[in-house]
Design a protein around this ligand. Sequence first.
Ligand SMILES: NC(=O)c1ccc[n+]([C@@H]2O[C@H](COP(=O)([O-])OP(=O)(O)OC[C@H]3O[C@@H](n4cnc5c(N)ncnc54)[C@H](O)[C@@H]3O)[C@@H](O)[C@H]2O)c1
Length: 409
Amino acid sequence: MPEEVLVADAPPDEPFSRDVVVVGGCGRVGLPLGIAFATRGLQVTLYDINAEAVGVVNAGRLPFAEDGAAQPLQSAVADGRLRATTDPASMATAEHIVVVVGTPVDEHLNPDLAAVPRAIERCAEHLRDGQLLILRSTVHPGVTALTEKLLQRHGVDADVAFCPERIAEGRAMTELFDLPQIVSGRTDRVVARAEKLFRALTDEIVVLRPEEAELAKLFTNTWRYIKFAAANQFWMMANDFGLDFERIRHAITHEYPRAADMPHPGFAAGPCLFKDTMQLAAFTNNNFVLGHSAMLINEGLPLYLVSRLEARYDLSTMTVGVLGMAFKGGSDDPRESLAYKLRKILTLKARETLCTDPYIVDERFLPLEEVLRRADLLVIAAPHPDYRDLSTDKPVADMWGLLGGGVLI
Ligand SMILES: NC(=O)c1ccc[n+]([C@@H]2O[C@H](COP(=O)([O-])OP(=O)(O)OC[C@H]3O[C@@H](n4cnc5c(N)ncnc54)[C@H](O)[C@@H]3O)[C@@H](O)[C@H]2O)c1
């Protein structure tokens, strides 16, 4: 693994040698963003505490799958436009610092208000007057204001903007250039500076105040989560009535634009939608009935699915194969995937549970062929395109309708 590039702390009066430092730059969001800036000719440093990921990136490789990112990463690393480091002193080298560390909710579903401030605090000694700090993590409302106070406490005269990331994993390399960019700041100067940076990626800029932008991002993810919950509840209703929801959904959406966005049923999970709905619930004094209902429906789906299977099969005598462990189809990201919840429930109910995934490396998983051979019953838990042409004589529970045989279970 190549040595990480160490960047010396620049004296306060030294001009900036890089254009952008991305804090959390080797993560699922930070890395594509860094690559995108580099493809537009900016000098980008990715600062990350994950030394392994830093090594992989400096070797010109992606630590995870992201469509269309491998080649631009390789060329940007090769000509020095992109470099990764674990050295916090790198923060002093660029005018723009984009912070995009993880912002989870804890085991009690409380948002960690300090996740972003903590990451900045760790390297606050390297911040310089005149910098523009751009928060890009999805945050609880108020975190931009907390960050402004933090800088004041440290005596740093830097601007703070909040510009949320709205890409979907796997589509970052097109969406970063195609989606409008929400830019927010407390003053016209902050907005103008942030806008100038993001105009390197896109012409379409939407300006908000920081608190509006914080809510805009949470509303975006929560809206999506609620839509999935509605479709999942409709599926359960139809299913319990012995009807194939896919036939009904097709009739509703066919040539009918007002309902065209009704999703298919399926596990709605992953690192963002659930936790951002819970961030919004915490923000609204845990009185977010719609959000909590969506959570109960989406998180309850594996239990419902297994209860339907139990009604038809004696699971205690069966080996069940779980196909796809990622949180969504075509992804190698297992974070917060409901496939793991399904596996846990089946571990209690079935004689044996076997898991497989074509993209996730996990020594507990088996090759697809072995699962198809050994299982008595198959459940598609992540709708990977690889399963579309599944050839098996075993029964398959396919709530996604991936195989074209309806979604009645
Ligand atoms: N994953 C998505 O699809 C997506 C989309 C839009 C927004 N977001 C938001 O973006 C943020 C990041 O999400 P992600 O999926 O990229 O997370 P991630 O865990 O993949 O990436 C975070 C990175 O930050 C690094 N890191 C953590 N603490 C650090 C510190 N103190 N200093 C430097 N690096 C540090 C980690 O090592 C990791 O590489 C979250 O707020 C998330 O809600 C995610």
